[in-house]
Design a protein around this ligand. Structure first.
Ligand code: XBP
Length: 263
């Protein structure tokens, strides 16, 4: 793990995870898109919300499909695919298209406080980045559909999907974002939604806030500086599940600075 220096730790960037953090995309976005692609491929796979919660222990949709295929004793490769790699590549491509259609239709809104915090950071000159396991085209679709056509340019680094070979909980996707930002980890705050993401961010040396999702509520999130139900809004306070919120009721840059200074 990267050690944090004792110099004054001013906030220079926020690094957001996407799925579960910017928006609750997993159960009602990725999961049905997987199921649509499975049906189209002639498979009888149909992941229920409960089953999907368990499958989320594996980061990355392609890795999740591979694990599921390898653990299904009765899985038979449909004849039109050359091998398991070809199957995963093609079916995941179809899944991505279904997911993007749902996102472009605006079916999945941003979580409370996300847009407010992003806009506050922009006004204050605090830079923005993304570190996610999902594919870059999914990130672009979500950000554009929710924040406007030009909003991608607000982010100085978008590290996503196969840009790194080792997915979360490995720190690689955060290290990539940090090197693109050119800012030491000690001056950045990560925002995540689950244990795999938290471990990746902390291993990269980042102070991390976790906003839980239904499936991550019961996870061990001990390494987080603060665990919340969501980022909160001035008229919609967050609930603190672990950590010190210093009397704040929503996450703004002032609270982010305090969390950095205390870590
Ligand atoms: C997100 C993921 C992704 C999504 C599906 O993890 O694990 O696999 O579930 O997206 P995180 P893809 O939020 O921690 O980055 O199918 O494009 O992988």
């Amino acid at each position: 793990m990267v050690s944090k220096s004792s110099e004054a730790r001013t906030l220079q960037a926020l690094i957001f995870d996407v799925d579960g953090t910017l928006a609750e995309t997993e159960r009602d976005g990725h999961r049905p898109a997987f199921n649509q692609a499975f049906a189209e491929a002639g498979l009888d796979w149909d992941w229920s919300p409960e089953q999907y919660d368990e499958l989320l222990a594996v980061s990355g949709g392609k890795q999740r499909m591979r694990t599921y295929a390898e653990q299904s004793s009765d899985f038979q490769l449909p004849p039109r695919f050359a091998d398991l790699d070809d199957f995963i590549e093609q079916v995941h491509g179809v899944k991505t298209q279904y997911f993007q259609d749902a996102i472009a239709a605006g079916e999945i809104p941003l979580r409370p406080g996300v847009e407010r915090l992003i806009r506050q950071a922009r006004e204050a000159g605090v830079r923005l980045a993304i570190s996610t396991t999902t594919r870059p085209e999914n990130v672009e679709a979500l950000i554009k559909s929710q924040l406007g056509e030009d909003s991608l340019s607000w982010f100085d680094a978008i590290s996503a999907g196969d840009m790194v070979s080792d997915k979360k909980p490995a720190p690689d996707v955060y290290q990539l974002a940090l090197s693109e930002l050119g800012i030491p980890a000690a001056h950045c705050l990560a925002i995540e939604d689950n244990r795999n993401g938290l471990l990746a961010a902390v291993e990269a040396g980042l102070t991390t806030v976790v906003t839980v999702e239904p499936y991550s509520r019961q996870q061990d999130l001990t390494e987080a500086a603060l665990v919340l139900d969501n980022l909160g809004e001035p008229d919609q306070p967050f609930t603190v599940m672990a950590g010190n919120s210093y009397g704040h009721t929503y996450l703004d840059l002032a609270l982010a600075e305090k969390l950095l200074a205390a870590d």
